[in-house]
Write a protein that binds this ligand. Structure first.
Ligand code: ATP
Ligand code: MG
Length: 164
């Protein structure tokens, strides 16, 4: 399968360095303040999840997580990567960036908390709902961050078959 603008491995038997097996492993570069391309990686992840036949609800949640994490890199960091790893029973979204980091993760997860400046709010961002949305859509969420260094967010969404 081909997806423009990213590294892609697909097919059963693809293994990462840890020896884990994926049906899909997509990695995109994301640039801070690049609003012309913001959201592109999430759209490509959505298309790929549809192609490999994940459940509609899994895709919906994974795309919310991917989009909000991608936009957080664009708005709050210098640069980063967005990775989607797909196994038959789950989607893992990994967002890693170099940037200012998050001093208080519990505070950042609260609905309505945002440090977005006025010019970002004028573009329609900065409601402080990205991380809460990610939290709601994830079955497992891990955020690690170091001030003045960067942030690593890992979310897992289980692929429950419809009717389960
Ligand atoms: N990758 C990141 N690097 C640095 N700070 C971040 C990052 N992601 C989130 N934050 C911090 O956490 C706050 C809350 O993030 P959240 O995504 O919930 O809201 P927002 O991005 O400000 O607004 P919205 O997502 O609703 O447009 C941000 O305002 C910012 O201070
Ligand atoms: Mg956000």
């Amino acid at each position: 399968m081909r997806v423009a603008g990213c590294c892609i491995n697909t097919g059963y038997g693809v293994r990462n360095r840890a020896g884990e097996c994926y049906i899909l492993d997509l990695k995109f570069g994301v640039m801070g303040m690049d609003f012309t391309r913001a959201g592109e990686a999430s759209v490509k992840i959505k298309n790929a999840l549809q192609l490999v036949g994940m459940e509609v609800e899994t895709i919906r949640k994974a795309v919310v997580v991917a989009y909000e994490a991608e936009l957080n890199i664009v708005i709050h960091a210098r640069q980063g990567t967005l990775t989607a790893r797909v196994q038959p029973d789950r989607v893992e979204i990994l967002a890693v960036d170099a940037g200012q980091g998050i001093p208080d993760i519990a505070l950042a997860l609260q609905e309505g908390y945002s440090t977005a400046p006025p010019h970002i709010r004028k573009m329609g961002f900065g409601a402080g709902m990205g991380l809460p949305n990610i939290n709601h859509c994830s079955n497992q969420l891990e955020i690690k961050s170091k001030v003045d260094s960067g942030t690593r967010l890992k979310a897992i969404i289980f692929n429950h078959k419809s009717g389960e």
